[in-house]
Design a protein around this ligand. Structure first.
Ligand SMILES: Nc1ncnc2c1ncn2[C@@H]1O[C@H](COP(=O)(O)OP(=O)(O)OP(=O)(O)O)[C@@H](O)[C@H]1O
Length: 408
């Protein structure tokens, strides 16, 4: 005898038939056969209309924050050919990469040459696109109508570059040099910068700040000018929060180093001929640092530019994830980073079976969703609800499927 699946499946009748007093699921989209010859989603249906226009239900869905009705979220995102940046962030494992990759596919299928960048030290873009995107180079993603490129920034390499540039200016090289010159008092000032500490035990977020600044550097070059949509798949919340304050911190630190460098230069000008080569090397390093500082300033400006940038928070319907999202929103607001949307991912559909686990789990999720409506940080955001599906979302056809559900 056939039994109903315990964990909802996208092929299960639960996705097609109303089983509770919640608004019936309506099939919204399915993959064209040509796109998915071997795709697990083929001919399967899923709907996101859970709880959006609910009647009375055992899950109290009436109280759930409904997606902003009548707001064509994607129309607004896709319009215009001026470059726009989207940063997706949230707690670890909630689906940031899947949402970022699905948005990238959707933009590329809607006429935008798109670049998706991972600045998370633990990259998963390659896994998400089911394509090897490692190596720190732009790699074209196969499948979408318009060019879609992905870039996994190697944070180790980026940090190493920063470290070597900084050490020549503020690290032991300069310390030794200044000691030798009898400029001990400047070493004191250098100590205040805690630069050694910064380089030896870099704070979480430094990698990412440098990675983003590197992307900014790339974007200035002509071969990148084609991209009209840039999506950043960022590291989990903790990193992101530190990242927000890092550009200021580094800007100040580097600024001080450069001032110091000027002082050293003038103090040693009399003996420049002796140390000519060393001087040149240090000047190169100073230039590098200056460029890094300028890029940091650009990163800071980018984060706060409401015309071109948006931070999308991704979460799941658990009390812990929603509390963390609320704190993230508060920090983003404090830093003047524009946020409009909140994606609640992995929502369980009502179960067709009498599976107690599923019923309990969904009730719990509905309670967590209720929290959003009562949360001062989150209640004003456009809520996008995405269902939990029963297979991993990997490869362009699956990402297109997910993108068509989320980005409407
Ligand atoms: N709606 C969904 N239904 C089913 N599986 C999903 C859904 N969203 C994401 N997943 C799966 O959850 C896992 C984690 O997703 P993803 O890598 O996108 O999360 P993340 O937030 O980027 O993780 P990390 O913080 O580790 O970078 C992946 O296996 C992905 O396929």
């Amino acid at each position: 005898m056939a039994t109903a699946p315990c964990i909802p499946s996208i092929s299960s009748p639960a996705f097609r038939k109303p089983t509770t007093s919640i608004e019936p699921f309506k099939p919204l989209c399915h993959l064209p056969k040509t796109l998915a010859p071997t795709n697990p989603f083929r001919n399967k249906f899923v709907s996101l209309s859970v709880a959006s226009k609910s009647r009375r239900s055992p899950f109290r869905v009436r109280a759930v924050a409904a997606p902003a009705e009548g707001v064509a979220v994607f129309d607004e995102m896709v319009s215009g050919t001026q470059r726009k940046y989207y940063l997706l962030g949230g707690k670890g494992g909630v689906g940031k990469t899947s949402c970022a990759a699905s948005l990238a596919v959707k933009f590329a299928n809607n006429g935008h040459p798109t670049l998706v960048v991972s600045t998370d030290p633990a990259h998963s873009l390659s896994d998400s696109f089911a394509q090897d995107l490692t190596g720190g180079m732009l790699i074209r993603v196969e499948g979408p109508d318009y060019p879609l490129f992905a870039l996994e920034i190697n944070p180790e390499k980026a940090r190493e570059e920063f470290r070597s540039a900084s050490q020549q200016n503020g690290g032991t090289g300069v310390k030794d040099f200044m000691d030798g010159m009898g400029l001990g008092m400047l070493v004191e000032q250098l100590g205040e910068l805690k630069l050694g500490e910064l380089l030896d035990t870099p704070p979480p977020g430094l990698d990412e700040a440098i990675a983003i600044s590197k992307v900014m550097q790339f974007l200035e070059s002509p071969e990148y000018s084609m991209f009209t949509r840039i999506i950043f798949d960022t590291a989990p919340t903790g990193h992101t929060l530190r990242l927000l304050s890092l550009p200021d911190f580094l800007d100040q630190s580097i600024g001080k180093i450069l001032k110091l460098k000027q002082k050293i230069s003038s103090a040693t000008s009399a003996i420049k001929s002796v140390f000519g080569q060393e001087e040149n090397k240090q000047q190169d390093a100073a230039n590098k640092l200056e460029r890094l500082r300028e890029r940091m300033v650009k990163v800071r400006e980018l984060f706060r530019d409401t015309d071109s940038t948006e931070f999308v928070i991704v979460t799941i319907p658990t009390v812990m994830a929603i509390s963390e999202s609320s704190r993230l929103r508060a920090s983003l607001t404090k830093e003047n980073v524009p946020v409009k949307r909140l994606i609640v991912n992995q929502i369980l559909p009502p179960s067709a079976s009498d599976c107690k686990f599923c019923t309990m789990k969904r009730k719990d999720q509905m309670r967590a969703l209720d929290m959003i409506q009562n949360d001062p940080e989150l209640s004003g955001l456009n809520l996008i609800q995405a269902p939990l599906v029963d297979v991993e979302i990997r490869g362009v056809p699956a990402l297109k499927f997910m993108g068509d559900i989320i980005w409407k």
